[in-house]
Write a protein that binds this ligand. Structure first.
Ligand code: HGY
Ligand code: MN
Ligand code: MN
Ligand code: MN
Length: 429
């Protein structure tokens, strides 16, 4: 009967078109700067724009009304029969770091759209409207800023300011790049992206685990209770450089070796934190001029360090900073920049959403377990403006951010069904 309530939504009613979903994942993966099986899709580039069109088309086919904000966060809405209540949302990202895989983020966008199709097929009618969100640029690839779209939606004044001067490595400004993709048309007023408080009653993200636990333990669904606290730091050293043959060792101040020593210091400070939950790496290390017979006169490193415990992570950052200064002094190089790009707190999932995800998994007879997310996600920022929850599905050997990344149609379909039933429950509240 109408209005349909979720108790009538028995699990057999939730039919996922897994075959079609797999086709969409494969098609989306072709909009890439690198050859299959890798995917590279960077903010506001041609392949990103094509992929966005593809997502908007699928949202339209799912009967969603589509809108985009000034930086290209895309919203597809299924209006509920009480449209003045705060909607329930789900979503993720489709941008992909260089040479990565075709499931990170994508499962949470295509899967969320398919969860709408699944609910429609079951005859469900949402009480609260349902919004599917494709967030702009979750990955830091182009401008070094992670979760750019969701961070802005969460009202980051620091990011708003930073975007006035941020340029990519071709010196293209953020606003010019956004304009080239058809966004940021009005003058530089990006505050329109900020979500008002209470914009959403709940936000749930479906994502591959990007870790080996669910697959190792043969569990179908991960119920995320918290998201680890990420931080990223950019460091530049400057030395005298010179001829690799003619300058004798006592007269060198090698910026490259300073960088190498700091990279090892990152590992040392992380390992001495006393917890397995503290992680860190140097994913970018550039030497200038980058000639074999020229002593590096400049080095640029980018450090990524995270922990579920914010204080413990901040202690690592402090020690890394101290090491950068003592290495510079000892080697006679200049620490030209030590710039903390982001130093975010962890996010805790909302209890009522965790309960909804658990009961959805139980009603669907899917094995599930509580776990933390060591990767960050747009949910980390949505948690600042809405109750948040995340659903994980297993991925092959926990691989991610590389072409071997893979999730089975069965696991993806399980995730979509848990998401659909969770959204139905939350929409009826
Ligand atoms: O790096 C991360 O945690 C995310 O997958 N971009
Ligand atoms: Mn990622
Ligand atoms: Mn992701
Ligand atoms: Mn992520």
């Amino acid at each position: 009967g109408y209005p349909f309530d979720e108790t009538q939504l028995h699990s057999q009613a939730l039919i996922v078109d897994g075959e079609n979903l797999q086709k969409q994942i494969d098609e989306l993966a072709t909009f890439s700067d690198t050859p299959v099986p890798s995917v590279t899709r960077v903010l506001y580039t041609e392949n990103d724009v094509i992929a966005r069109r593809y997502i908007k088309m699928l949202m339209g086919l799912a009967g969603l009304s589509v809108r985009e904000d000034a930086v290209g966060n895309i919203f597809g809405r299924w209006e509920g029969y009480e449209p003045n209540l705060a909607p329930v949302a789900s979503g993720s990202h489709i941008d992909a770091i260089p040479y990565s895989g075709k499931y990170d983020g994508v499962v949470g966008v295509l899967g969320a759209i398919e969860s709408i199709n699944t609910l429609r097929r079951s005859g469900f009618k949402p009480r609260r409207s349902l919004d599917i969100i494709m967030f702009t640029s979750e990955e830091p690839t182009r401008f070094g800023i992670s979760c750019l779209g969701s961070r802005l939606m969460a009202g980051s004044e620091i990011l708003l300011k930073a975007l006035e001067t941020t340029v990519d490595n071709q010196n293209i400004s953020f606003v010019d790049a956004a304009r080239s993709a058809g966004y940021a048309q009005e003058k530089n007023d990006l505050t329109s992206v900020f979500l008002k408080k209470g914009s959403y009653a709940a936000f749930v993200e479906l994502h591959i685990e990007q870790g080996p636990i669910l697959e190792d333990e043969g569990i179908s669904i991960g119920i995320v209770t918290a998201i680890a606290a990420p931080a990223s730091i950019k460091v530049d050293f400057e030395g005298g450089g010179g001829h690799a043959g003619a300058v004798l060792m006592p007269y060198r101040n090698d910026a490259g070796l300073a960088a190498a020593q700091l990279a090892l210091a990152v590992e040392k400070h992380v390992l001495e934190s006393g917890s397995i939950d503290t992680v860190g790496t140097v994913g970018i290390l550039d030497l200038h001029p980058g000639a074999i017979n020229s002593i590096p006169s400049k080095s640029h490193l980018e450090i990524d360090t995270r922990d579920i415990d914010e204080e413990r992570r901040n202690k690592v950052i402090k020690k890394v900073h101290d090491s950068a200064e003592s290495i510079a002094k000892a080697r006679g190089v200049r620490l030209a920049e030590f710039n903390i790009i982001n130093q975010d707190p962890p996010a805790i999932s909302d209890d009522s959403i965790v309960k909804a995800m658990i009961s959805a998994s139980e009603e669907l007879n899917l094995s599930h377990k509580l776990m933390i997310s060591r990767a960050y996600h747009d949910s980390l920022f949505m948690a600042r403006v809405s109750p948040m929850g995340m659903i994980f599905i297993p991925c092959f050997k926990g691989y991610s951010h590389k072409p071997e990344e893979h999730a089975s149609v069965q696991d993806i379909s399980n995730g979509v069904r848990v998401l659909a039933l969770t959204l139905a429950k939350l929409s009826q509240k």
